[in-house]
Design a binder for this molecule. Sequence first.
Ligand code: NAP
Length: 233
Amino acid sequence: MSRTILVTGAGRGLGRTLAELLSARGDRVIAHARDEDALKGLPYAKALIADLSRPESLAAAAEAAGIDLLDALVHNAGIAHIATVGGTELERWQDSLTVNLVAPAELTRLLLPALRNARGHVVFVNSGAGLVAGPKWSSYAASKHGLRALADSLRAEEKAAGVRVTSVFPSHFDTDMQRHVRERHDSDYDPRRATSPDSIAATIASVLDAPSDMVINELRVEPPNPLPIRPRS
Ligand SMILES: NC(=O)c1ccc[n+]([C@@H]2O[C@H](COP(=O)([O-])OP(=O)(O)OC[C@H]3O[C@@H](n4cnc5c(N)ncnc54)[C@H](OP(=O)(O)O)[C@@H]3O)[C@@H](O)[C@H]2O)c1
């Protein structure tokens, strides 16, 4: 059965892999990116163009995309500023919370009528840092802890409307973001010990495919033999 699924951050990383997988199996993908150039080469039905660091622009962008029925909304786009609390400037805090938390909340609010119409599913791509916060993770972890709270409230509020809500907490997978995180922690990295974006995308697709008489509220995934993020001594 073909479904209409919006994926944020579909231009690269996990979002692109997921959008490709969903399109290939016949879903109607609404691909979000900052600009249309980022979506070149990606098969998609419709684009939603918006900079998530400006959530006030989302209402006009969602209106322009004209979405009346939405089977699933996958909040994937995100940023990771890695620095100590003492080294994190105000702008970084604002950026992290805006892109990773405020924008998903606003986009969800705007698309709730379309999600209710379809008895749809909202998936939040969270992180292990949304469960536990270590050194240099403060702004990212705070945004992801907040994202979990957003998911929990939404689930409780919308269950009567038939809207399902899932938080997925991956440990680490092989994308630009993971390489950036390792650099900022001055940590070794071995992509062979990370999960592939294909595996995470397939897992999200299987969450969307869960039987309609159940919802996977939360899912934690990690590589079988992860290389810890640890500064080189
Ligand atoms: N990689 C990991 O190990 C890992 C682990 C746990 C959780 N996660 C989470 O998984 C999700 C995907 O991560 P990833 O590894 O695929 O990251 P990535 O490779 O860095 O890609 C991030 C995506 O988010 C988009 N994005 C960032 N800021 C944006 C903005 N202001 N407006 C619009 N789009 C914006 C990017 O678009 P642009 O190209 O325009 O920047 C890009 O499409 C994120 O939520 C991340 O926190 C990742």
